[in-house]
Design a protein. Structure first.
Length: 311
């Protein structure tokens, strides 16, 4: 006798289930930004604001996390609050997801794991802050985020404010190019650098309208190409920290991480927390503004995809 196939238990929130049943657009959101990217209670406030942005723009939010071994797509307000307050929550990327589900664990999903869950739930658009990438010194540490390979594998359009200046941005763009991931800037030619609108590097592609981005998403599928696209949406001008101001702060935080021997999964959370302190909270202000801005664009893209389906 062959064993029954194992299927992950997917918990759609009632709101997401309803939207799906009525063919209304749903946008995925990650949870590592809540548990590892921002301090309590601003993390919960931001998660709620981002969900509200999506609803206001006509899309349903689906925040993704693993809770007690169940893959949750859409979190109730109670679950969102519990997750935001929890300490020592696992950070789940592609490598960790199956083991966490199989052992009944709880964890927050990174961009990579959120893309996997979104694909299972047939969601095509996902809004976040910044993606992981190639870390500085990767030629020695080999630290390259699994987010990059996931963009090459899962058919999800990910809206981010570029990648953080704590990473090696030229190498990040090179790896994305090698993996065949379209990197599309919106409204400008430069690849944005998370807190700053420009990085000094040109984005490989530019599309300014959500309808064009939606068509490009569908065209990849029509060509039989796996993977998604990275939409690089700059932080709003009023909220940015200019490149020359953030650069020395990033250098200082990186030097501290090296001196303290921080490595692996702890690197990004450590740097974010230090940069928050060194900018007296301004980095968090920018982070919140850019995630909300990304949610608005993701909603617009999801509406355009729905319009294509209706044709
Ligand atoms: N960008 C943010 N805040 C975050 C992260 C990125 O503004 O918290 C998280 C995302 O979940 C991303 C992850 O997928 O960091 C990348 O981690 P790593 O470099 O360990 O793959
Ligand atoms: Mn890493």
């Amino acid at each position: 006798m062959t064993a029954a196939p194992m299927t992950p238990d997917i918990d759609l929130s009632p709101e997401v289930a309803r939207a799906r049943a009525e063919n209304r657009p749903v946008v995925a959101l990650e949870s590592t930004i809540i548990t590892h990217g921002m301090p309590w209670p601003r993390n919960l406030e931001t998660a709620r604001l981002v969900e509200a942005e999506l609803r206001q723009a006509g899309a349903t939010p689906a925040t993704i996390a693993v809770i007690d071994g169940r893959l949750c797509v859409g979190l109730s307000p109670e679950r969102l609050e519990t997750l935001a307050q929890a300490r020592d929550v696992a950070k789940l990327s592609r490598a960790d997801l199956a083991a966490c589900l199989a052992t009944g664990g709880t964890g927050a999903t990174t961009v990579a794991a959120t893309m996997i869950a979104a694909t299972l739930a047939r969601l095509e658009v996902f809004a976040t802050g910044g993606i992981g990438g190639v870390h500085r010194g990767a030629e020695a540490s080999f630290d390259i985020s699994a987010d990059l390979q996931e963009l090459a594998a899962s058919p999800v359009t990910v809206v981010a404010a570029g990648a953080k200046a704590i990473l090696d941005l030229p190498k990040t763009l090179e790896v994305l190019e090698t993996l065949g991931v379209p990197v599309i800037a919106v409204g400008q030619d430069d690849f944005p650098a998370f807190w700053s609108r420009d990085s000094g590097l040109k984005a490989p592609l530019r599309i300014d309208d959500p309808a064009g981005i939606a068509r490009a998403h569908r065209m990849r599928r029509a060509l039989g190409l796996p993977g998604g696209q990275l939409i690089a949406n700059p932080v709003p001008a009023g909220d940015e920290i200019p490149r020359d101001r953030i650069a020395p702060i990033v250098e200082a935080a990186l030097a501290e991480a090296t001196a303290q021997g921080i490595s692996g999964k702890s690197v990004t959370p450590f740097l974010l927390a230090r940069i928050f302190e060194l900018t007296q909270g301004q980095s968090l202000q920018a982070n919140i503004a850019l995630v909300r801005n990304n949610a608005r664009l993701a909603a617009a893209i999801s509406l355009e995809l729905a319009a294509l389906d209706a044709k």
